[in-house]
Design a protein around this ligand. Sequence first.
Ligand code: ACO
Length: 436
Amino acid sequence: MTPSEVKATLAFSDGSPTMELPIYKGSIGPDVIDIRKLYAQTGKFTYDPGFLSTASCNSTITYIDGDKGELLYRGYPIEQLAVSCDYLETCYLLLHGELPNASQKADFEHRVMHHTMVHEQMQHFLRGFRRDAHPMAVMTGLVGAMSAFYHDSTDINNPEHREIAAIRLIAKMPTLVAMAYKYTIGQPYIYPKNDLSYAGNFMRMMFATPCEDYHPNEVLVRAMDRIFTLHADHEQNASTSTVRLCGSSGTNPFAAIAAGVACLWGPAHGGANEACLNMLADIQNQGGVAKIGEFIKQVKDKNSGVKLMGFGHRVYKNYDPRAKLMRETCHEVLGELGLQNDPMFKLAMELEKIALEDEYFVARKLYPNVDFYSGIVQRAIGIPVPLFTAIFALARTVGWIAQLNEMIGDPEYKIGRPRQLFVGAVSRDVKPIGQR
Ligand code: ACO
């Protein structure tokens, strides 16, 4: 962190002594005011629910400029990575800080693709779930359970353990997601095939059966790979912060990633693509495009509790760059599958058009986010809606690991322990039960 020559001075209206606070400059983005000594020197905490103005760490991994609609992984614009690199190259970049050269790429691919199989006993573990369980409930359990199956890589303070845990997690997530899906529909699990690409192997594990040959469609494989790349990391979002906080206690990487999976499940975060598709289906069932006006009216009514899912973002106050790329992929996939006239897609396009022109959305800078399109793409590929968030978790695993490893390697890392403003009852005596 580079100290700035400028310092902040905190003054109090009651005449308490002022405090000088150091300021640090990032390579890009806002400067931060260092308040770490605030409590020791003033006896006061800061108050920032939702972390609206709080940097919880310093990081070199991902940078977002929400006003510009810019997303960089290790300095590279997402638009370039999405067209010039595949997901595993992106994983390497996120984990190691640089893009791989040809031999590093081949070596990394080999390592990942030769850890794709999961412990056979995990099948029995999976069998304990109800077949109609939500895939994210299953994934939270399966990822957490990995610490029980791979306990030779659970020491977060051991770099070799962290390295092998990273490879295992990236390699096995597709296998686990596909197993969770096959279990739901009662089909046999398909073992991984390591000579396929990462995305191609995933598609095969999802859609093949032991009875027939399966050849993944290259356009759909590319779309899946792009979904993975666009979701690979997104700096200090809720699930990533959860992984960091969970990992800060020294817990094992599998447990920390399972916490991230659980957090991602929520509809305000990773669950938005599922919620978005469900919303489109509801509008479709109620009359489709003709009902958009009525739906938008509901969204604008604060008492209705209805939100336009797939719109809005805590950080992007401009078009989400991932949404632009996903929109492109959406057209490509629907074209390949001959679904350009798909009513749901037409409805989504119309909804987007109306929302982008509506004063309510314009004034609040609410633009489509990546989930608005990724749901449509996944549905077209044949992925069932409840599985969308599990695929997001698969893709985000590398980001969570990169962030976790960065935190462990940071000499300033401490267990995360937020403070609070207590507004409850002050100390009082317990009355005997008859007097309460
Ligand atoms: N539909 C209608 N109104 C919205 C929406 C929306 N999707 N999103 C925000 N608003 C409104 C809010 O009601 C608020 O209005 P007000 O100023 O009149 O009170 C204003 O826009 C600002 O919204 P906040 O809730 O303060 O924005 P915040 O940054 O806290 O929330 C969030 C961001 C949670 C993503 C929100 O936009 C949302 O719920 N969107 C729908 C869910 C979604 O698509 N999530 C995916 C996020 S991307 C991801 O995880 C990959």
